[in-house]
Design a binder for this molecule. Structure first.
Ligand code: GLN
Length: 450
């Protein structure tokens, strides 16, 4: 713990931590030493971790990357972090993210962008670590935590993992409790780890997962020992290559990485077949309707009354307006407006209901593939390697949304997905591949990823 704490300050340029908690860390490490001395070590005993800043940690400021919560200190603990501490892990601090997890670059954080520890060969230009769990991925890649907990609504674990050469898994919807995680889009949000190896990710997920009576969407199903699956044989598994993912303009680099990944799986004894997921092309637009509709509703709670910031006004309406205008950044405000629009009386059927129908079709595409004997789907994690800070976050927000083209499909279907480092781009940046599994098929994903 001390070694990690010593490493955090010199890495301050990365802006990976929103808040480090050295006193608490040393206290927890000491308690951990005592448990070890008593022979009571848990499966994560003494392991120093970071936590994305949308997990409520009792007594520790939790901002979700927003000015709205810049002084919010929860008096309760999220279930997932409670599970980590139960198993002996140590908290190093809270990690930066896009505001309310809305973004793909960590540039929408109210606390400034996080910098990717990687650079293009021969260039000093700072790059984004991806998002929204950008602080998580950067901290893991920079060795300023041993692993970390992120969240993934449409790619926020897998895309940053791919951009930083780390491993990230979004488990099946319901595998981890969402209780105490600041909500973005409740039917899509899931917790998951980012780690430096498949084995570490398996260990962390085992601790984080499990049923929680406080989240009615968490599933009451035993948590397997995922580490047993790491290194397990993939012989005879059937891997689908969805032809619709060969999107227009896919870079040659990504296409050949994908082919190479398929060959590795063939070499390991898996059967690789082309499949069709015909509704894939509607996933991104449908996601940006469903997610924003839910977000507009979830974020209604920040009214300046119950908790969070308040800017006074002459009457309550003006207080709401001033509070929300000051507390939310531009991207969050845009999304609340779009979400409110698609839920409004005249447009509900045209947008929201249709997007929900599309969501069902996307889910059925995967069900059909699994029914035909496919065990997992192999796809790129991202359309490109990490981009420069400011390079995509320009005038057109849709350009940033296009980052999520390969990741949102499985959130819409509730399926697990893992991003695993698979090579380097021509200019020396990490590239990731993604494996999508059957519901609760995380074990198979760990075997394939390894
Ligand atoms: N980039 C996607 C979005 O902005 C996904 C974010 C996430 O998974 N939290 O909605």
């Amino acid at each position: 713990t001390q070694a990690y704490l010593d490493a955090i300050e010199p890495a301050g340029d990365l802006n990976a931590y929103v808040l480090s908690t050295p006193e608490k860390a040393l206290e927890m490490a000491k308690a951990s030493d005592e448990r070890i001395a008593k022979g009571e070590a848990g499966m994560l005993e003494g392991i120093p971790l970071g936590v994305k800043d949308n997990y409520a940690v009792d007594g520790v400021r939790t901002t979700a990357g927003s000015n709205m919560l810049k002084n919010f200190v929860p008096q309760y603990e999220s279930t997932v972090t409670a599970n980590l501490w139960r198993d002996g892990a140590v908290l190093l601090g809270k990690l930066n993210q896009d505001e309310f997890a809305m973004g793909s670059s960590t540039e929408t954080s109210a606390f400034g962008p996080t910098v990717n520890p990687w650079r293009r060969d021969g260039s000093d230009q700072p790059l984004v670590p991806g998002g929204s769990s950008g602080g998580v991925a950067a901290a893991v890649a920079a060795h300023i935590c041993a692993g970390a907990a992120g969240t993934d609504t449409g790619g926020s674990i897998r895309q940053p993992a791919a951009f930083t050469g780390t491993v990230g898994i979004k488990p099946t919807y319901g595998r981890c409790s969402r209780w105490g995680i600041i909500a973005y889009a409740s039917s899509l949000d899931q917790a998951g780890p980012i780690a430096r190896s498949v084995n570490d990710a398996a260990l962390l997920l085992r601790s984080m997962a499990g049923h929680d009576p406080k989240d009615s969407t968490s599933v009451d199903r035993p948590v397997p020992d995922y580490q047993q699956a790491v290194g397990g044989s993939v012989k005879g598994m059937r891997i689908g290559i969805p032809r619709e993912y060969r999107v227009d303009g896919m870079s040659g680099e990504i296409a050949s990485l994908w082919d190479e990944g398929a060959q590795w799986l063939r070499d390991a004894g898996a059967e690789v077949v082309e499949i069709s997921l015909p509704h894939s092309k509607y996933a991104l637009p449908a996601y940006y309707i469903v997610a924003l509709a839910e977000a507009s509703s979830n974020l209604a709670r920040y009214d300046g009354v119950r908790y969070g910031e308040r800017v006074p006004g002459r009457d309550i309406v003006e207080m709401y307006e001033k509070t929300r205008a000051a507390g939310f950044g531009a991207e969050v405000r845009r999304r609340i407006m779009i979400g409110t629009y698609v839920l409004s009386a005249g447009y509900y059927d045209a947008y929201y209901v249709r997007a929900q129908k599309v969501r069902t079709l996307i889910k059925r595409d995967f069900e059909n593939a699994f029914h035909a004997g496919i065990d997992a789907v192999l796809a790129p994690a991202t359309p490109s390697p990490a981009f420069g800070i400011g390079e995509v976050s320009g005038a057109d927000p849709v350009e940033m949304y296009l980052q999520d083209v390969f990741t949102v499909t499985l959130n819409m279907a509730g399926l697990p997905g893992i991003a695993v480092p698979a090579g380097l781009s021509g200019d020396g940046l990490p590239l990731g591949l993604q494996l999508i599994g059957r519901p609760f098929g995380e074990g198979a994903l760990f075997s394939l990823a390894q």
